[in-house]
Design a protein around this ligand. Structure first.
Ligand SMILES: [Zn+2]
Length: 174
């Protein structure tokens, strides 16, 4: 159950198996429609996305219309629906493959393991602890060096990520 629309009925319905939507299937090109509402059911829950459109002029006259990806504001012809999210393929591959988010996760896991070995409290913003009893200084120094290197990278990545999110939010409110 579910379907596409923008408040008006375009006479199109889809099933819950919808995985992607094509802007050209919506019949909104050439109309001054600014947004479309995409609605479908997922696990018995109704999921709704409002997607903004942009219209660009064609070289040969007329206009072409695009979805504005809700995440990166790129103009795209196809949006994908998965896990209750609606995004362009760039954003999905960013989250699902080796994007920056996942490398942050990986580093957090790695630094968490080191802190556990040292018997320190979890979290790089927590104060550093002592050398555990029975651990060789050589091992300790090696772990500290690794810990600090990862912490340095994490602070850098987190800073970049915050900047990206801030820009994204600015783009959305524009
Ligand atoms: Zn995107």
């Amino acid at each position: 159950m579910g379907g596409f629309g923008s408040g008006r009925n375009f006479g199109k319905t889809t099933t819950s198996s919808v995985r992607s939507i094509k802007v050209k299937d919506l019949g909104v090109c050439g109309r001054a429609t600014e947004s479309v509402q995409v609605q479908y059911e997922k696990d018995g829950q109704s999921v709704e996305h409002i997607i903004f459109l942009s219209h660009t002029a064609c070289n040969y006259g007329g206009t072409r219309c695009w979805f504005r990806c809700p995440y990166c504001s790129r103009n795209v012809g196809i949006l994908y629906l998965a896990s209750g999210q609606c995004a362009c393929r760039h954003c999905f591959s960013l989250v699902h493959k080796s994007g920056q988010e996942s490398s942050i996760d990986r580093l957090y896991r790695k630094v968490g393991k080191i802190r556990k070995r040292l018997g320190w409290q979890q979290g790089i913003i927590q104060p550093d602890g002592e050398k555990p009893k029975g651990m060789h200084w050589k091992t300790f120094d090696k772990l500290i060096a690794e810990h600090d290197e990862i912490a340095r990278r994490l602070f850098g990545l987190t800073h970049q990520w915050c900047k990206k999110m801030t820009n994204r939010l600015k783009g959305e409110s524009a």
